[in-house]
Design a binder for this molecule. Structure first.
Ligand code: ZN
Length: 306
């Protein structure tokens, strides 16, 4: 059997450098730009330590894409639907897996419920007053402050030039229990992107995600029956960043040169889909036109055509 030859292609539009083994595409899988040229692999990029592998093939991904497109509005732009068959590509996306110990100082207003019996009077139609009792629930508030030490170990941020972190966030989470130590054989035959974003930039993004996560860990930890005004300040320690590859399916459609591409992204492990499918102006105008036509027809019918 002839060995597969790997080649690196770089996109002049989004800057992604993708390594192809055996397979080739004419346009960038992230942005559909035709400005996609061969160049030598770049030196000094980190090698992945771990990989989350794809759980299904392209047939599975196309079914997920079709059922997601089926849930979009009838007014969606038809161009993205027509492009689906050829355009969907599986890519091992470079990312960093961040972990740290977090020290947080928090404050909140804790509500404790208690019940009281109160009396009230009613007057009937004869003017007799009667006294009754009822049980009411009241809340007492007290301020709470404290320290919370936690371990953050599941923050994943994009190190891809082609796919910004917000789009990766939208298809997360990945099941990190399925993380495997990287070997080239695990990604053989797939497109892989080189690590493109610098580690310091990814550390910043990771810290922000980690601090946001603290809120989710503090909320169930609050005592009392209710709470409000939860605020926290977090410092991180013992940070670590592991380069990982995560599986994504990407469908990019370039419909106008001066517009960014339409893009649908699917988590290659869980099948979660995200994307911005724009509405078609023509379909909306047609619907408004038909609606107006119907109203005019009703008015004519109601007035007997006078
Ligand atoms: Zn591109």
């Amino acid at each position: 059997m002839e060995p597969l030859t790997a080649s690196t292609l770089a996109c002049g539009q989004c800057g992604a450098s993708l390594v192809f083994e055996g397979v080739r595409t004419q346009t960038c899988p992230y942005c559909a730009s035709p400005n996609f040229v061969e160049r030598p692999a770049s030196a000094g990029r980190p090698d992945p330590t771990f990989v989350v592998t794809f759980t299904g093939d392209d047939k599975v991904a196309r079914r997920q894409l079709e059922s997601w497109l089926g849930t979009r509005s009838v007014f969606s732009d038809g161009r993205i639907k027509r492009a689906r068959v050829e355009g969907l590509r599986g890519i091992y996306l470079p990312a960093y897996l961040y972990s740290a110990v977090s020290h947080s100082e928090y404050s909140a207003l804790i509500g404790e419920d208690y019940t009281e019996t109160e009396t009230y009077t009613t007057t009937d139609s004869q003017g007799n007053t009667e006294t009754h009792t009822r049980t009411v629930t009241r809340t007492e508030h007290r301020a709470l402050a404290g320290r919370f030490i936690g371990y953050v170990n599941d923050v994943v941020v994009s190190a891809s030039a082609g796919l910004p972190n917000v789009e990766l966030d939208a298809v997360e989470p990945f099941d990190l229990k399925q993380l495997r130590r990287f070997t080239p054989a695990l990604v053989a035959g797939w497109i892989t992107e080189e690590f493109s974003r610098e580690a310091p930039e990814c550390v910043e993004l990771s810290r922000r995600e980690a601090v946001d996560q603290i809120g989710g860990k503090l909320r169930p930890y609050m005592p009392g029956d209710s709470f409000s005004d939860l605020q926290w300040k977090t410092a991180v320690q013992w940070e670590s960043m592991d380069p990982v590859l995560v599986p994504v399916w990407v469908l990019a459609v370039r419909y106008r040169d001066d517009k960014p591409p339409l893009r649908v992204v699917i988590n290659g492990q869980s099948g979660k889909v995200t994307g911005d499918v724009p509405l078609s102006v023509w379909k909306i105008l047609l619907a408004i036109g038909l609606g107006l036509g119907l109203i005019v027809a009703i008015i004519i019918a109601a007035t007997g055509g006078r």
